[in-house]
Design a protein around this ligand. Structure first.
Ligand code: ADP
Length: 215
């Protein structure tokens, strides 16, 4: 079972820590602010009040042995970068750091963060997509050109099979799954009928997906 440590229990860090814990993972939550620690103590495996800039204190927590350490400090860019460097120097296998700007993200990559996340930017993109399309529910960017989207089946496709809707042929996208209420149909075939209210999970090029979104 993977063990996670989350440093910084602001809105983002807290949400990551509590979610991992709900998923059944071991989570050590760290913040220098006592209140933040007390607020999360019931929801994670361990929560400690530690200044993560203190290398000895981090070592004493055995931070090296965690599979993934998330640096979720946002406002204090300097601490965020220095802690990322320190964790990599201590030999932490996977360090995931939160960036607030593109430049900050580049610095984090250069100092060795294994993964850089931009929660505000990414959530902005998601919300914007959801606002302009009445059908789109969620989006995962696979690369700058390709994504997976979850959308409510556009009307023109309902009552038709996937083949008749020509999603792959004419629209150039592939339906990975269909969600119908609590039922999930994985890898549906061309003969599969799309019903009103179905949620389609679709992969494809962003320009092709955009055509679909705007229907
Ligand atoms: P968000 O934008 O996700 O709410 P913030 O940057 O506001 O994130 O919150 C960061 C959290 O990290 C705060 O709770 C703060 O107390 C904590 N924090 C900041 N610096 C340190 C540090 N050196 N050691 C431990 N926790 C820290």
């Amino acid at each position: 079972m993977k063990q996670f440590a989350v440093i910084g229990l602001g809105r983002f860090g807290r949400s990551v820590a509590v979610t991992l814990s709900k998923m059944g993972y071991d989570v050590l939550a760290i913040d220098s602010n006592e209140e933040k620690v007390n607020d999360i103590i019931e929801h994670v495996t361990h929560a400690v009040q530690v200044d993560a800039m203190d290398e000895q204190a981090l070592k004493a927590l055995g931070i090296r042995n965690f599979d993934v350490v998330i640096v979720a400090i946002g406002q204090d860019v300097q601490s965020n970068i220095l802690i990322t460097v320190m964790l990599k120097e201590m030999g932490v296998k996977k360090v995931v750091s939160k960036a607030v700007t593109e430049l900050h993200g580049k610095v984090l990559e250069k100092v060795g963060a294994d993964k850089v996340v931009f929660p505000e930017r990414d959530m902005g993109v998601r919300v914007a997509h959801a606002l302009v399309s009445k059908n789109i529910l969620d989006q995962i960017n696979l690369s700058p050109d390709y994504s997976i989207i979850e959308l409510i089946a556009p009307e023109e496709f309902t009552g038709k099979t996937l083949g008749e809707g020509a999603l792959r042929g004419k629209h150039g996208v592939t339906v990975l799954a269909i969600r119908r209420g609590s039922e999930i149909i994985i890898s549906p075939g061309a003969k599969h009928m799309i019903e009103k209210g179905d949620v389609l999970v679709v992969v494809g090029r962003n320009d092709k997906l955009k055509n679909l979104e705007e229907r």
